[in-house]
Design a protein around this ligand. Structure first.
Ligand code: 5RP
Length: 241
């Protein structure tokens, strides 16, 4: 397995001064257009970086068939920009899935789910030939686990899953939004887990995924990225894994 990603030279450098995180997201969102196969459907993730990609995708909407979306939020944005959205069940394979990440390591393993869309993201990623991650350089880590790990759970299993995570050294809290327990697009809850160092992402994902009541764990190792477009101070760097 690769331990070092191969990196290509930044494709565009800032004209002057440091770019904001928002500008870096715009840059990688636009850079992802090169991976969109014209005439086909594209898999679309969720989050503020993906929103930049969706905005860029709208500029070539007449050149694609449409999108398969990973969340209600992305679907609404795609439709508002005139990009047709297809049900994942209507589609056997997608050439490419474009999504952000909360963390990505040097092998393309990721932590995802900061936007609570991890389950649908993993489904669309699984039906795609290539995962292109778009992120700013703050997301690149040595070891996954600095960002609180999202785990989508069926509410009835919450206390048991919290205890199982505690036995691994993790501290899990139920995600809140606007003073209430967050409910996902799938009608379930999210645990955010701190205190973990995920040194073997494949083994970790395999283990936690089979606990009763876990819908999806936010480690993406089986569906890791093959490419990461990383927004850096000197432009977009392409990492391949
Ligand atoms: C949503 C996700 C996002 O891809 C992840 O949270 C990154 O989001 P952003 O681009 O806003 O930083 O996994 O569930």
């Amino acid at each position: 397995m690769n331990t070092t990603p191969s990196a290509s030279t930044p494709s565009s450098a800032p004209e002057s001064g440091a770019l904001t995180q928002d500008q870096l997201k715009t840059l990688v969102g636009q850079a992802a257009l090169q991976y969109v196969v014209r005439g086909e459907l594209v898999g679309v993730g969720t989050g503020s970086t993906v929103n930049k990609f969706i905005d860029a995708l709208a500029t070539i909407k007449d050149e694609i068939k449409g999108a398969v979306s990973s969340s209600v939020a992305s679907t609404e944005r795609l439709l508002a920009l005139g990009i047709p959205v297809f049900d994942s069940n209507e589609v056997e394979r997608l050439s490419v899935y474009i999504d952000g990440a909360d963390e990505i390591d040097g092998q393309g393993n990721m932590v995802k789910g900061g936007g609570a869309a991890l389950t649908r993201e993993k489904i669309v990623a699984a039906q795609s030939d290539k995962f292109v991650c778009i992120a700013d350089e703050s997301k690149l880590v040595e070891v996954l686990g600095q960002f609180p790990l999202p785990v989508e759970v069926i509410p009835m299993a919450t206390a048991r899953v919290v205890r199982q995570l505690a036995a691994m050294g993790g501290h899990a809290v139920v995600r809140q939004k606007n003073g209430q327990t967050l409910v996902t697009d799938n009608g379930q809850h999210i645990l955010d887990v701190t205190g973990l160092q995920i040194r073997d992402p494949l083994a970790f994902e395999a283990q936690v995924s089979q606990w009763p009541g876990v819908v999806t764990v936010g480690v993406f190792a089986f569906q890791r990225a093959q490419v990461c477009l990383l927004g850096t101070a000197s432009g977009v760097k392409t990492l391949t894994f």
